[in-house]
Write a protein that binds this ligand. Structure first.
Ligand code: 4FV
Length: 255
């Protein structure tokens, strides 16, 4: 899979591209990442890429021409990459989540456009951007960090990326529930012991405990996820029990 990163600050990606799994995947041709510096597509000797907003107001806006040329140059390389999508990282975008990561992992190429300053000229969104994606309801100084998050979430889903290090975390959100708590040695830490069941070797009991912990954590922390979660009748019975626990005067046994 190919990622084109359209940015004013390509150096920001240096250590990220050298980091462990991404670095290995780049050398293993599991994925390819190309940096497209918007400044290389400016036309004046000051290499100006931003200008004052029409209508006044604070800050600057990324100019349409250099950005359009940068995106078109990215698209121009290897136009045969059929399944391609151009995505602008912006707080006004659709929240990024695991289902979007799974969707992107099926593409041949993802062109990620990193905004800066107050944002990009809207005519870029109208002409060259397929969709806008937000990392969350907060304001960053640039789209580079969200782009790194998208690359990492998508790359982990590519065949050959995780290799032996396949993780349970892949399940997180894929069946709509939060993950179960993890423990490792020592079995007693600052007076806190690892739950007995995890030391029992009884894998059926362990799986039941882990499923219940996923249901309880999702119920307590992200009840909004339960509507979409893939639940069994046993799951629903357990959730009903949690509900009954909430009733005033109900006994509270944290199993
Ligand atoms: C952002 C976000 C974000 C806003 C203006 C960069 C900044 C500047 N991108 N999810 N939250 N972007 O805050 O994706 O263009």
């Amino acid at each position: 899979m190919l990622f084109d990163l359209v940015t004013l600050f390509p150096d920001l990606f240096d250590s990220f591209l050298r980091s462990s799994l991404i670095g290995k995947a780049l050398s293993g041709n599991v994925l390819e990442i190309r940096l497209v510096n918007i400044r290389d597509f400016t036309s004046d000797r000051h290499r100006t890429a931003d200008d004052r907003p029409y209508g006044g107001g604070p800050g600057m806006v990324l100019m349409p021409s250099p950005l359009a040329r940068a995106i078109e140059s990215a698209r121009g390389n290897e136009p045969d990459r059929a399944e391609s999508r151009t995505v602008l990282l912006s707080p006004a975008g659709r929240p990024f989540d695991q289902s979007k990561a799974i969707e992107y992992a099926a593409l041949d190429r993802l062109i990620l456009v990193c905004g800066r300053y107050e944002g990009v000229d809207e005519r870029i969104c109208q002409t060259l951007v397929d969709e806008e994606i937000s990392l969350g309801d907060f304001v960053l100084s640039g789209g580079e960090v969200p782009a790194m998050a998208v690359i990492e979430a998508v790359a982990r889903l590519l065949p050959g990326f995780m290799g032996a290090a396949a993780s349970v975390n892949e399940e997180t959100f894929s069946d709509g529930l939060l993950e179960y708590p993890q423990y490792t040695r020592p079995d007693s830490f600052r007076g806190l012991d690892v739950p007995e069941v995890l030391l029992s070797g009884n894998h059926e009991a362990i799986n039941t405990w882990r499923r219940r912990m996923r249901l309880r954590r999702t119920y307590e922390r992200r009840p909004d996820l339960l509507a979409e979660a893939k639940l069994t009748d046993t799951d629903r019975k357990f959730l009903a029990m949690l509900d009954s626990e909430q009733e005033p005067g109900a006994a509270n046994n944290k199993s």
